[in-house]
Design a protein around this ligand. Structure first.
Ligand SMILES: *Cc1c(COP(=O)(O)O)cnc(C)c1O
Length: 392
């Protein structure tokens, strides 16, 4: 009911709205992604790299002080302990192994905050593939440390100077590159967005998160199923991974947390399900923030990874069908929750992940409810934002 159908739709959302020139490339991927990624040989290599390179399984940690504070059994899924500091590496390992099996020699990607670019450059270095990352000129300036990381790892960073010089302009350039180099180049998308089969493919690569949560919860609590799973949603890949094994377990509450920015009605927000309407972005029909003429509106969030005007089609369907609860958290609420985690548990979270933590304030639980918060990444990359915000 929540899996993608043959034409790439989740309910009304999804599909593959791509220019004619890309049809063959997307179709090649659609035809073979399941056969390749489900083969024994692929799974063996994928699992080995997740374990030995990315550091999986990541721990499921019972947060004692948080549990005391919120009067529930709170567990943190520690994606912040993955190599490169977030869940994104799960997906880049998967797609790059797939690209290799398709005989591709060159990987291209776009990145906004630079996190996906770093994860991509990392795995390209590991597997010795050429890597080109497109990034808007403004983002290149804003995210200098990540640009330096990508260069250290041997990637070429190409600056997009057109339009607003941010993520969507980088995306346009990456797509132009893919059109020009269809045979040797693989286009690596960093979240559960884009034309079919990307949302399903990325969801499957990230589903290792909920696969591990099930095993770990069974060991720790005697049941595979928690009362609730909470995750932040930018494009939606960490949430898709944390929800995947529970999609059809109706008694498990799925809670998706969007960035309200300065408030959902402030004009500076990234709360897509609250503000968005159906439309096409990045090759799929989904919910997106747009004006009355269908032009995409500029999102805002203090967290770079949530500063995106759409959500993946799976999430649009989870919202539409009511299977997941969507709520939003402001910049201020997330920053407070982030500092709380530092002080209560000794973990500095990414500001994206702090949005998921802030949802604990807004939900009601009973004392023996088991709540898993997906801690998607660590806060090192956000140190300057924390310092400026709290005048540390
Ligand atoms: C990129 C990122 C996100 C947002 O991306 P999703 O695809 O929604 O998971 C969330 N948390 C961290 C730490 C990130 O780097």
């Amino acid at each position: 009911m929540f899996s993608v159908n043959d034409t790439g739709f989740y309910g009304k959302f999804g599909g593959a709205y791509v220019p004619e020139m890309l049809h063959a490339s997307v179709e090649e991927l659609r035809r073979c992604y399941l056969d390749i990624s489900q083969s024994d040989d692929f799974q063996t290599e994928f699992r080995q790299l997740l374990r030995d390179f990315a550091g999986r399984p990541t721990p499921l940690f019972r947060a004692n002080s948080l549990s005391e504070k919120y009067q529930a059994e709170i567990y943190l899924k520690r994606e912040d302990l993955c190599h490169t500091g977030a869940h994104k590496i799960n997906n880049t390992i998967g797609q790059i192994l797939l690209a290799k099996r398709l005989g591709k020699k060159r990987i291209i990607a776009e990145t906004g905050a630079g996190q996906h670019g770093v994860a991509t450059a990392t795995v390209c270095a590991l597997l010795q593939l050429k890597c080109v990352v497109y990034m808007g000129a403004i983002d290149v300036k804003r995210q200098a440390p990540n640009v330096a990381r990508m260069k250290m790892l041997g990637a070429e960073v190409r600056t997009a100077e057109s339009g607003s010089k941010t993520l969507k302009d980088a995306t346009n350039e990456a797509i132009r590159d893919w059109i020009a180099n269809p045979s040797d180049t693989y286009y690596l998308i960093g979240s559960v967005v884009g034309p079919h089969p990307y949302p399903d493919m990325v969801t499957r690569f990230q589903s290792v998160i909920s696969e591990e949560i099930k095993k770990q919860l069974l060991e720790k609590t005697g049941s595979e199923n928690p009362t609730a799973v909470i995750a932040c949603v930018g494009g939606g890949s960490n949430a898709a991974g944390a929800f995947y094994e529970y999609l059809n377990e109706k008694e498990v509450r799925l809670v998706a947390v969007e960035a309200a920015g300065k408030g959902v009605d402030s004009g500076e927000s990234a709360a897509t399900t609250y503000l968005g309407k159906p439309g096409i972005i990045h090759g799929s029909m989904t919910l997106l923030m747009q004006d009355e003429f269908g032009q995409i509106t500029e999102p805002h969030s203090i967290s770079a990874g949530l500063d995106y005007p759409g959500i993946g089609p799976l999430h649009a369907h989870l919202f539409d069908s009511g299977r997941a609860e969507f709520l939003s958290v402001t910049d201020d609420e997330s920053m407070k929750a982030g500092l709380d985690l530092c002080r209560l548990e000794g973990i500095i979270p990414a500001i994206e992940s702090a949005h998921a933590l802030a949802a604990l304030e807004k939900l009601k639980f009973k004392k023996d409810d088991v709540v898993v918060v997906n801690l998607s990444g660590r806060g090192d990359k956000d140190l300057q934002t924390y310092i400026d915000y709290f005048s540390i």
